[in-house]
Design a protein around this ligand. Sequence first.
Ligand code: AMP
Length: 564
Amino acid sequence: MAKVYGIDLGTTYSVIATLDENGTPEVIENYADSVQLLASAVYFPSGGDPVVGKEAKNQAEVEPDRVVQFVKREIGKPNAQTWDFDGVKYDPISISALILKRMKEYAEEQGHDVNDVVITCPAYFGNEERAATKQAGIIAGLNVLNIVNEPTAAALNYCLREFRESRKIMVYDLGGGTFDITLFDFSVDDSGKASIDVIETNGNDRLGGIDWDARLYDYICKLYYDENGVTKDEMDAELRQKIRSQVEDVKKSISSMPSKSFTISYAGDATRLEVTREKFEEQTQDLVEQTMDFVRQLLKEAKHSADDVDVVLLVGGSTRMPMIKAAVEGLFRKVLVEQPDLAVAKGAALAAANVWNERVAKRRDGQEVDFASTQGESGVTLPPITEEEAAGLMINVPQQVSAVNDKLTRSLGPAVFVDDNQYMIDNLLFIGDEMPAEATATYGTQNANQAEIKVVVFENVSRDKANNYVTPSLDKNGNEQYTDPSLKVKKIGDVRLKLPPNTPKGSPIEVFFRSSTIGLEVRATNLETNESAETVITTENTKTREELNEARERFASVRTRGQI
Ligand code: AMP
């Protein structure tokens, strides 16, 4: 039996899982740290191998300039930070590659052979962040079968274990800085084959544990003032830092205890303070309500009532706060806290096995399977195989899932001129479209004798099918950028097509879009000449094929370590 792996590449911690012979997901222990999680931190000791994990995280206190953490917040983003260690330049993609490589290596040190993987990413990640995540996998020497949304993985892990019949489930995911909710339809057909479809998603990528931290910080400052008469504005940087460094611990403690006492030592004085869960909840009730507003809005958009939902799964570290479970229980009949740290990696392992089995089945049915979309180079195909060979390659799964139908998280469209100076985005693919999604539209050239056309592609969060025009604007450098932040309009790339001389105004150009979980393919065709130009959009925030191959070769000889 073949083995494939699921990786939850997290902001603070990462996890790798696989399936045992019975198809049950199991997490592979990070034995160096004796835990199942790997801290997503990389330390670059002068002249030595990069160290990934707990030791690296701890080293951040001692040598903050040589430790990189929270890189997931930067991956695939414009103008992302880069680092230079001993003359080698690193970007968020290569740092993520080192984290993935460490997981691959510690699993291999325990007898695994990690090649084919599914990596998860947040549901709110756009095209570029997904492409960048995949590239990190390629650089780490992995064959990335797919990129799957974290809530989808969590839902898959639960559904395949619990259900043999159709259900509606919701994943409520409150992490450190983001909040996501997804409503799924898990259905099982007569042959026992399951499928999991996203009905609706909602959330806010600027709402998470740090907002609770900020409230608690303000509240502790107030308690400190009550004791010492020092207002927040009068506190110096050292005192503020002393308070800030206690906040997260206090918050976590009152998730399991009704109150927490602690001491702030400053300028020779020790101030003893106490925060009760009740007071903390009072200070943050409106934040919980904000999340519930998103939940109600999602139900409304999906035309479902709370009673239609069979179970709500709570994932993400911040759902450990009892006020979250209480609020969700106020609306739904069944709410479960699902191993928030491990569920995503386990679901990713199930997703990987499903993709793998689908490919084996195709080859058994006499088809070639194209690996071009999962490798750095193109043209790698796997030949058909016999029934017997297929049987040896199939992975035992609790239920075969016919499709892990992730949906588009951004609408996508080209910019279209409406007159000489103004243009709009004509969305061809929409948020919520099932992937792979395809669309074609035909536009006329703007001027007579135009030398070339440029199809500029934008992503945005407009969902309005009837009126799908969004006006992009320019930033101070003249680049098309976010306009209304609520629509997240963003240029993600372009395709240029040369036109022959004397092409008349209004000549038809066909534009084709195809979006899969891996990226966006765009093709422009001159319908008069049948000449076309196409690209898979990898923009300035991801690497070119050459850079990718170069990085993969360079990283092949890099060894990571788990301990200093
Ligand atoms: P995640 O991004 O899912 O790892 O979630 C990280 C967030 O969960 C951070 O804001 C943590 O402070 C928060 N968190 C982790 N454990 C707890 C806990 N026991 N109580 C409250 N918040 C927690």
